[in-house]
Design a protein. Structure first.
Length: 285
């Protein structure tokens, strides 16, 4: 169904420029807009020609609120959000739906007429047999419950995040995104696995500590972190250690550990030499 045409005029629009600034890059701004437009397309119908999006679906899909802040979308009555230009750009989709609806009505009418022309004893099985009842359990994707639900296979699905949890995860990710972009000059990879890691870090240490840890982590010059280009998974794995270093305000690197071990070994060696010297001195008395 998706047919999105991005015109050059968008890139000259001051609102789009402001969105790029707020989200950190042009690529992120385009991605956020595409997610917004696709969701609006899903809502289009003859009764909703502008593709108005209700606030719950907007939040559930984690559409960037910065789009509203720069006025590329706006809140309207009854808790809905209207994407700028929706009425004009989605008209083709409404026409397509109306055409399909009309075609379906004509097909249904022809099928009814054909059935009526059949002798009573020779009607098709579909015309006389009662509909079957499916006993297979189904899941509601729009459920507002936060508890884990059970799939058809009997396995538990992941817990649905609250709006507050999603907002906190977004803040943690934006801090990581900005710090990563500053250090490496490119945007970090983001996928479902990394989204899960962000959520686990928040659950592990709390949102405030997670934000501070992520900032500190991207400044850490440990050789292992550098080799792995500060991937998010290592931040989650070493969260407790990084938290301690963050609170102390000083990173612990491999070089520091080796220096400490060397000094410790030297101290032990000095103790052994001192002990041997004292024992030899006592023997010679």
């Amino acid at each position: 169904m998706a047919r999105l045409n991005i015109e050059d005029s968008l890139f000259k629009d001051l609102r789009f420029t402001n969105l790029c600034i707020k989200l950190g890059s042009r690529r992120s701004a385009i991605g956020a807009l595409i997610e917004c437009w696709l969701l609006a397309q899903q809502k289009v119908s003859p009764e909703n020609i502008a593709g108005h999006i209700n606030q719950k679906d907007w939040d559930d899909q984690e559409i960037a609120n910065e789009i509203i802040e720069v006025r590329l979308a706006k809140k309207i009555d009854n808790g809905f959000i209207e994407v700028t230009g929706g009425k004009d750009n989605f008209s083709w989709l409404v026409q397509k739906q109306l055409a399909a609806q009309k075609g379906g009505e004509i097909k249904a009418k022809r099928q009814k007429e054909a059935a009526e022309r059949q002798p009573n004893g020779s009607r098709t099985a579909s015309a006389v047999c009662p509909p079957t009842l499916s006993l297979t359990p189904t899941l509601s994707l729009n459920s507002s419950s936060n508890s884990s639900s059970v799939s058809k296979s009997g396995n538990k699905t992941k817990k649905e995040l609250t709006i507050e949890e999603k907002d906190l995860n977004k803040k943690i990710w934006l801090v990581y995104f900005a710090a990563y972009l500053k250090r490496y000059g490119i945007e970090p990879l983001r996928n479902a696995a990394i989204n899960s890691q962000v959520s686990k870090l928040r659950e592990k240490v709390g949102a405030d500590d997670a934000i501070n840890i992520v900032k500190f982590y991207l400044t850490h010059n440990d050789s292992f972190y550098l080799k792995k280009t500060h991937e998010f998974g290592l931040c989650l794995k070493d969260a407790e250690t990084l938290r301690t270093q963050t609170l102390r305000g000083k990173a612990i690197t491999g070089t520091m550990v080796k220096t400490f071990e060397k000094s410790l070994q030297q101290a032990e060696l000095n103790d052994q030499i001192s002990t041997m010297w004292n024992e030899d001195k006592n023997v010679n008395k």
